[in-house]
Design a protein around this ligand. Structure first.
Ligand code: PD2
Ligand code: ZN
Length: 144
């Protein structure tokens, strides 16, 4: 990815999330092939080592780079109030279908500065095709 394009993406994320570019970690690109998933987890840290450099993770911007995939939803089990589809199964919570060009912004921390366990999320099993996504994690403090 060109530096200029990367800068434009970082700027757009920063404006949308209202978090300075400097607080962002490097973008991570993920590829999921058939039958692959990312088990539910928190994006915030529980260990001191990571907290010392750049503080806690506040928010995550997840960007979908492909959409020729069946399954592969991003899944928030504690969000919403109904059912949703996750890797071909109907489950409770809220899921987001990967659509190329779309992005999801969510917070791992409440306004009180406490890590929010309801931010638990994962990536559902890919049933067919391939899913590519890009993640920008944003911290409380400078992370350069
Ligand atoms: O690729 C995803 O949908 C996904 C789901 C959960 C990515 C992450 N977490 C992450 O990069 O933290
Ligand atoms: Zn995550």
């Amino acid at each position: 990815m060109s530096t200029l394009l990367n800068q434009a993406i970082e700027k757009r994320i920063s404006v949308y999330a209202q978090i300075p570019i400097e607080n962002g970690e490097l973008i991570h690109v993920l590829r999921y092939q058939k039958n692959q998933f990312y088990k539910p987890h928190f994006d915030y840290f529980s260990d001191i080592f990571n907290l010392k450099r750049g503080g806690q993770r506040i928010a995550t911007m997840l960007m979908y780079l492909t959409d020729n995939v069946e399954g592969g939803e991003t899944y928030f089990p504690m969000a919403g109030s109904g059912d949703c589809s996750c890797g071909g199964k109907i489950v409770q919570g809220l899921s987001v279908k990967p659509t190329k060009g779309n992005a999801v912004l969510f917070w791992s921390m409440g306004l009180d500065g406490q890590s929010d366990p309801n931010s638990v999320h994962g990536s559902c099993e890919v049933l067919s095709g391939e899913k590519w996504s890009a993640t920008k994690w944003m911290r409380q403090a400078l992370h350069t």
